[in-house]
Design a binder for this molecule. Structure first.
Ligand SMILES: C[S@@+](CC[C@H](N)C(=O)[O-])C[C@H]1O[C@@H](n2cnc3c(N)ncnc32)[C@H](O)[C@@H]1O
Length: 332
């Protein structure tokens, strides 16, 4: 028998990927990274400070060193620069919530073979349901991922100097775009159409920016709500298209085109594949996430968006890559 000349390391790492998600999610849940800032600390000194067992503590510390988020210097454990930047609660780029949402999701991934077989999510509690508690966890967790995009789009559209403008954010979630854009422009007004339970979260998020007075939540289902006519200067459709079918995307783009003033611009942000279905690894993996969570969602190509937007009446369509796996499309 010939031994395989290939190194199996990559397959072993991939097959055990859920372990790493779980270690990161649990460490975030127990705020372990808060204790490992600065000079760091020893395992002995951490005992009793967190509501976890001694075995659990050592397993997390070893695991975090294993995945490169914690450095070990002698007896001391301290955060890596990435853990320090993204896993400390209160910092603007905090992604511990995102790690926890992904830990919660691991149970569902256990059923993924069945989902692949049927092409439909197993759990009734999918992202298509109204007022779903899932969104309450998710929107806060993913807000930091959209911060660089909100800033970049705001600059691209000249929001700061646009004067008395308004926009409609469809499924705005945490309200991250409105928060940054209202802060940039003190004369602007923001409208966000989302479920009532999510809009309540957005209102609190906007209050942390001191701009909640110019934020107007519209509670309801965007499939069933009329957006009005020639009302807004801008519209936002961020991380929505991937959970919709092509037909419902076109329908919403039509409603948005009508709701925009002449010359108004729609900003769409999503995980967009190249036309030959190549792309960023995160974007390529994202279809699996949509299969798990939605009845009709998918990862779409730039050509799909261009065709749908054109069908809905948009004429000037341009794509802008970003520093994240998401791309932005501006259409007017
Ligand atoms: C993936 S999150 C995106 C949040 C935000 N736009 C962002 O980019 O961070 C999807 C959002 O759409 C909202 N949503 C989903 N289906 C909806 C519907 N039919 N009507 C209104 N809002 C909906 C959810 O509540 C959630 O806030």
């Amino acid at each position: 028998m010939n031994p395989s000349p290939m190194n199996p390391e990559k397959i072993i790492q991939l097959a055990t990927g859920g372990w790493r998600s779980a270690i990161l999610g649990a460490a975030s849940e127990f705020s372990l990274f808060q204790h490992l800032e600065g000079e760091g600390t020893t395992a002995a000194a951490l005992k009793g400070k967190l509501p976890i067992s001694d075995r659990g503590l050592q397993a997390l510390l070893d695991g975090l060193v294993g995945i490169g988020l914690v450095e070990k210097l002698g007896d001391k454990y301290k955060n890596s620069p990435e853990a320090s930047a993204f896993l400390i609660e209160g910092k603007p780029g905090y992604l511990g919530g995102f790690a926890r949402v992904n830990l919660m999701d691991l149970k569902r991934w256990g059923e993924f073979s069945k989902v692949v077989k049927t092409g439909a999510p197993i759990d009734e509690n999918t992202s298509d349901l109204p007022e779903n508690e899932y969104w309450e966890f998710l929107v806060t967790a993913i807000a930091p991922l959209s911060i660089p995009l909100a800033q970049m789009a705001g600059e691209h559209l000249g929001i700061a100097k646009a004067g008395e403008v308004s926009w409609l954010d469809i499924g705005g979630g945490s309200g991250v775009y409105s928060a940054f854009w209202l802060k940039m422009n003190p004369r602007a007004q923001a409208y966000q159409l989302d479920w009532a339970n999510v809009n309540a979260i957005a209102k609190k998020y906007l209050a942390t920016f001191g701009v909640q007075d110019r934020f107007h939540p519209l509670d309801g289902d965007f499939h069933k709500t009329d957006f009005g006519e020639a009302k807004y200067d801008f519209a936002i459709y961020s991380h929505i298209a991937h959970m919709e079918s092509p037909a419902t995307n076109i329908e919403t783009f039509r409603k948005l085109k009508k709701a925009l003033k002449p010359g108004g611009t729609l900003l769409l942000s999503d995980f967009i594949l190249n036309d030959d279905r190549s792309g960023h690894p995160f974007v390529l993996n994202f279809y699996a996430m949509m299969l798990l969570h939605s009845k009709e969602g998918a990862t779409y190509r730039e050509a799909d968006y261009r065709a749908w937007l054109t069908e809905a009446g948009f004429k000037n369509i341009s794509l802008m890559p970003t520093v994240t796996p998401a791309s932005m499309i501006f259409a007017s």
